[in-house]
Design a protein around this ligand. Structure first.
Ligand SMILES: Nc1ncnc2c1ncn2[C@@H]1O[C@H](COP(=O)(O)OP(=O)(O)O)[C@@H](O)[C@H]1O
Ligand SMILES: [Mg+2]
Length: 370
């Protein structure tokens, strides 16, 4: 089985490694000839909108998939006429536009924060009045790691926010004073069978994921998150792994966004679940059934952002694994991650706090215990 993957970043690399264990060959398209995924398979150097290269890859492989959500849908359309492309393009196009994404949540009765479409300065004013400050102004497309977002706390910040983002199509959201954030990752097979990953607790700073911990032990949250993700998977006729990001507030869930792909908050599943999000994605797109993925103990993950200091290599131990994506350092760039597995949530958190302090110099505070 040869699987063509659009995108050769760290998610592609981890897909490729999982593929090797399953006996699948992954072939990647990436503009860089030596992206992280080159460590895990062949790379065709081509742009993400190079329709001819994508079509050639479709002809040379059994199925196409992608590891980031900003692949132009049009570039995949002719490939989809040639053979299977999973996840389906409908899921990709909804995930590319925050407006379509919110309409999808609403059509499925998945609760979400208040929002307002912003196409003009007057719309932004109306959004502030309708939603009440603070609000978050976001570009509808191409945002990641908190980029393309401005928080407006006071009416005198509206002008600056408009000046910063007004050239793009926008959406405003009510600011959610959440208790904590979670993600629900699940994989659906071609036959409609769904496997759910344990609910994961995520902590961001500056819009970038810093720490994930799993499993979140809460039956009501877990069943609500599973219901929401199942509705999405079924309505999109989805095949592959999907991640739904949610805010937890007053014991309930509000949908933030989803990714039609494997997700940073599921990296811990490589060591910490019976099947990883990467393995299940590949099994599903290859036409096999995804496998059960219960947690093995309690896992925590720390992202390595901007640099991988020597201390990150020194903390490695039997239960502490370092993943170095082989990327060149740059401020704010995700270069690797560390996973810790433990027998109890208490030892996991103590270990993660120790590692976080050693590696980043600042002590993480997991103030909200689920
Ligand atoms: N409406 C909101 N209320 C509170 N926090 C938010 C809101 N929107 C985003 N955030 C914070 O910013 C992070 C990144 O925003 P998100 O919409 O997920 O964009 P990205 O595509 O960059 O991940 C979220 O995980 C959350 O911590
Ligand atoms: Mg997000």
């Amino acid at each position: 089985m040869r699987i063509g993957v659009i995108g050769g970043g760290q998610l592609g690399q981890m897909l490729g490694f999982a593929g090797r264990e399953l006996g699948f060959d992954c072939v990647f398209i990436d503009p860089s000839p030596t992206p992280p995924a080159a460590a895990a398979g062949d790379v065709i150097a081509a742009a993400f909108d190079d329709r001819a290269a994508i079509l050639a890859l479709a002809r040379d492989t059994d199925v196409l998939t992608y590891e980031f959500e900003n692949v132009p849908v049009r570039a995949l359309e002719s490939a989809a006429a040639e053979g299977p492309v999973y996840p389906p393009l409908g899921a990709l196009s909804s995930a590319q536009d925050r407006l379509a994404e919110k309409e999808l949540f609403e059509s499925l009765d998945i609760p979400l924060p208040g929002w307002h479409q912003v196409d003009s300065r007057a719309d932004l004013q109306a959004a502030a009045e309708k939603l009440g400050l603070p609000i978050v102004l976001k570009t509808r497309r191409l945002g990641y790691d908190g980029k393309g977002q401005v928080v407006i706390k006071d009416t005198d910040e509206i002008d600056a926010a408009w000046q910063a983002l007004g050239d793009s199509d926008l959406i405003a959201e009510a600011w959610v004073p959440f208790d904590f954030e979670v993600s629900q990752i699940a994989t659906r097979g071609v036959d409609g069978h769904i496997e759910y990953f344990p609910l994961t607790h995520n902590q961001h700073a500056g819009g970038i994921l810093r720490y994930s911990r799993a499993p979140v032990v809460s039956e009501p949250l877990e069943s609500a998150a599973r219901r929401a993700v199942a509705r999405m998977l079924e309505s999109l006729d989805y095949v592959g792994t999907l991640a739904l990001e949610l805010f937890v507030m007053d014991g309930g869930l509000l949908a933030n966004e989803f990714a039609p792909r494997v997700h940073n908050s599921g990296h811990w599943t490589i060591e910490g679940a019976a099947t990883s999000q990467f393995a299940n994605h590949l099994l599903a797109v290859a036409g096999d059934r995804p496998r059960p993925a219960p947690a093995r103990g309690h896992s925590g993950m720390l992202n390595l952002i901007g640099e991988i200091p020597d201390s990150a290599r020194d903390v490695v131990d039997t239960h502490i694994v370092l993943h170095d994506y082989g990327k060149s350092p740059r401020a704010g760039r995700k270069l690797g991650h560390i996973t810790v597995t433990a027998d109890t949530p208490e030892t996991r958190d103590a270990e993660l706090i120790r590692i976080g302090k050693t590696v980043t110099g600042s002590t993480p505070r997991f103030e909200t215990r689920e």
